[in-house]
Ligand binder design. Structure first.
Ligand SMILES: *Cc1c(COP(=O)(O)O)cnc(C)c1O
Length: 397
């Protein structure tokens, strides 16, 4: 199967989302990406040599090492992110694991953002630390804290472009520049922003990871992850993919490709709905505080304006009356669903106190910027008027 690569960087994202990666040809007339549902492929010397030499998009030998369906989606994602190449994984965590392990050894030092996706924190703290990889968690947006942490030596700086659940926007240009000066590579989890709102590689990051489960696939029906960067930086990531084996399934890659086609349309609707909800929460008496980078009241508003092409589809708010009141409000919702995850067509709401931050004490949560009553909302793509009405009746109850 030949994958014609529509890789012209002159094309705009909405066009790349449709046409990059796969094009029908007179030899293979499928208008949409065919699923190469095969574990193994006819072997030839060229593809075997490509695998050995780490030429990752030519090694279509065995699906853990390379598969034409995955290759087409990797090409599309690389074009969107402005990366030389991409590698798909079975989940966002498999991608994060491979990206980190491609750079650290026993004795390495990682400087990570204090506020991280829970499983990424767990991986660094409870899996890599016992193996001799020390991670210091710091407030990376604080120039003094960053400087002090980097001054002690650093191999990897790890952060999220927009943090969960307080939606702080990372000062990536400064972080990546200082990391490079300290001899470290910067790995950015860009799941919340997507390549449509920010391209971290252009801001100095060395590797980008996404949970493709979220906005990229966009329909809450597939788990996946991706690591993007230069071919050189991806070579050791590819080794981890080969050896740890967390490859994406070809059918999942097909679903991801199908989701990507509508990413620009969906993202526009997510952002519009998040803006509407943020404005609604801002004027509701039962809401103590709204956290949305699109609002001037958000601490990262300035950075959101300069570093992001839009304020994103996530909104957090603090309901008056504490966690019990927030949970009661959440459970009165008739359209929005109580579930973890984000970036799907349906609006999802979760309370950090009983999900992502359940292991922290109330005091630790407050220190992490999560006071009692906190709700995290992933705005879906429903009609905003229906969403507002749903939250109105839930808050009134
Ligand atoms: C969901 C998520 C992950 C993990 O991705 P999975 O696909 O669930 O493994 C990592 N980072 C962020 C920011 C996420 O939201």
């Amino acid at each position: 199967m030949s994958t014609a690569h529509a890789s012209s960087s002159a094309l705009h994202p909405a066009t790349l989302c449709i046409h990059a990666g796969w094009r029908a040809t007179p030899e293979r007339k499928d208008v949409v990406l065919p699923i190469a549902q095969a574990a193994t492929f006819l072997l030839d010397d060229a593809s075997y040599a490509a695998m050995l030499e780490g030429r990752i998009d030519e090694a279509e030998i065995y699906t853990r090492l390379g598969n034409p369906t995955l290759d087409a989606v990797q090409t599309k994602l690389a074009a969107l992110e402005g990366a030389e190449h991409a590698l798909l994984f079975a989940s966002g965590m498999a991608a994060i694991h491979a990206a980190l392990l491609s750079r650290v050894r026993t004795g390495s030092r990682v400087v990570a953002q204090k506020e991280l996706y829970g499983s990424a924190w767990d991986l660094l703290e409870n899996f890599l630390r016992p193996l001799g990889v020390a991670t210091e968690f710091v407030e990376l947006n604080d120039p003094a804290a960053r400087k002090a942490a980097l001054a002690q030596g650093c191999d990897v700086v790890y952060c999220e472009s927009v943090s969960n659940p307080t939606l702080a926007v990372a000062d990536l240009p400064a972080i990546a520049k200082e990391a490079r000066a300290a001899g470290a590579v910067t790995i950015v989890d860009a799941t919340f922003a997507t390549p449509l709102l920010q391209k971290p590689l252009e801001l100095g990051a060395d590797l980008v990871v996404h949970s493709a489960t979220k906005y990229l696939a966009g329909h809450s029906d597939v788990i996946g992850g991706v690591v993007l960067g230069s071919r050189e930086r991806l070579k050791p990531v590819y080794r981890w993919l080969q050896l740890a084996g967390g490859c994406m399934d070809p059918h999942a890659a097909f679903l991801l490709d199908r989701g990507l086609k509508t990413l620009p349309l969906r993202m526009k609707a997510h952002v519009e709905n998040a803006c509407e909800l943020a404005r609604f929460f801002g004027r509701h008496p039962k809401v103590e505080r709204v956290l949305y980078p699109g609002l001037e009241s958000h601490p990262s508003h300035g950075r959101a304006r300069t570093l992001l092409a839009g304020p994103g589809g996530m909104v957090s708010c603090v309901v008056r009356g504490g966690d019990a009141a927030a949970l009661a409000c959440l459970r009165r919702l008739k359209l929005a669903l109580e579930a973890s995850s984000l970036g799907g067509a349906e609006t999802l709401v979760s309370a950090p106190f009983n999900t992502s931050h359940a292991r922290l004490s109330p005091a630790q949560r407050a220190a992490a910027g999560i006071p009692p009553g906190f709700l995290r909302i992933s705005a879906g793509i429903e009609d905003a008027r229906d969403l507002v009405r749903d939250f109105e009746q839930a808050l009134a109850g």
